[in-house]
Design a protein around this ligand. Structure first.
Ligand code: IPD
Ligand code: CA
Ligand code: CA
Length: 300
């Protein structure tokens, strides 16, 4: 099989699997599922596990030589040159609360044949499917990104002040995350920050120009593998918070349309150095001002 034929196969077959998986998620959502806890507020449902099993089975049938690394524990053939990173349900918290914003995410990594199982390769194909909107985002390295078959591109906006951006917060070690400071600062400097609850869809939305940027601390490879390729193939830029090369295991994701990337990096630089933090009143200060205003009004 020549290279372009195999690439066509990757996306076409993964798209079929993602659609089937998404249809199962829709059924589970309609019937309602019980929620369990993996950690503090790290939720999991029977839908996450069942759909990962379905994807594992289907990938094994169509790509018997490919490895699989899934959020719900699948670790198969990790010594292989090709490896799928699978998030069967990205947006579990939304799903568990009946909010129709979640997706299936599958990214294919090609690693050097002689490399060890832990090394990073190159993402060569990716599919993200939102079953509630029937939106299928797909990308192949060097061949652009698509939404339901049509080419997509990042937004042309050149200033953060005119941008809509997105982020997410971890469900583990919540007390260690500084992200609320970044959330605050980006809120003041942009059209707003969305925290919609699915990192894979956030990346897909940067790729198709709905958001100008997305950042998050501590994501996992199954959250980012497909989305990172979508962003790059749609003309955007991926990096860590210092502008270094984005890696699946880097735990820092900064995605943008490229045009506002330097502005974002300079904000991260300043904020990590303790500069550029706009003060906000504490709740107590706010309450005191409110009380003073009420007293002043009563005297009128
Ligand atoms: C989560 C979502 C969320 C992000 C969390 C992820 P899950 O994935 O992508 O947007 O903020 O960090 O863990 O648990 O729903 O697959
Ligand atoms: Ca996820
Ligand atoms: Ca998940």
């Amino acid at each position: 099989m020549n290279e372009s034929a195999s690439q066509l196969e990757w996306v076409a077959k993964a798209s079929g699997i993602a659609r089937e998986a998404g249809a199962r998620l829709r059924e589970f959502l309609a019937q309602g599922v019980e929620t369990e806890y993996k950690g503090d507020v790290d939720l999991v449902t029977v839908a996450d596990r069942t759909v990962e099993k379905l994807i594992r089975g289907r990938l094994g049938e169509v790509f018997p030589d490919h490895g699989i690394y899934g959020e719900e524990g699948t670790r198969e053939r990790l010594e292989q040159e090709f490896r799928w990173y699978v998030d069967p349900l990205d947006g579990t918290t939304n799903f568990a609360h009946g909010i129709p914003h979640f997706c299936v995410s599958m990214g294919l990594e090609q690693r050097k044949p002689a490399g060890d199982a832990g090394q990073d390769g190159e993402i060569v194909a990716g599919v993200i499917y939102n079953p509630m909107l029937d939106e299928l985002f797909s990308a192949e390295r060097g061949k652009g990104a698509r939404l339901n078959g049509r080419p997509i591109h990042v937004s042309p906006v050149a200033d953060l002040a005119e941008s809509l951006v997105a982020t997410g917060f971890p469900s583990r070690k919540r007390h260690d995350s500084p992200n609320i400071h970044f959330y605050h600062e980006f809120t003041l400097r942009s059209h707003g920050v969305r925290r919609a609850g699915s990192a894979a869809l956030d990346l897909a939305y940067v790729a198709c120009g709905r958001y100008e940027a997305f950042w998050e601390f501590n994501l996992n490879p199954w959250d980012t593998a497909a989305g990172t390729l979508l962003v790059e193939e749609a003309g955007g830029r991926m990096s860590d918070f210092a502008g270094g090369q984005f890696r699946l295991d880097s735990r820092e994701v900064l995605a943008s349309n490229g045009r506002i990337h330097e502005e974002l990096l300079s904000m991260f630089r300043d904020m990590f150095a303790g500069r550029s933090l706009t003060p906000i009143p504490t709740p107590r200060e706010f309450a005191e001002r409110r009380e003073a205003a009420a007293k002043a009004n009563a005297r009128k």
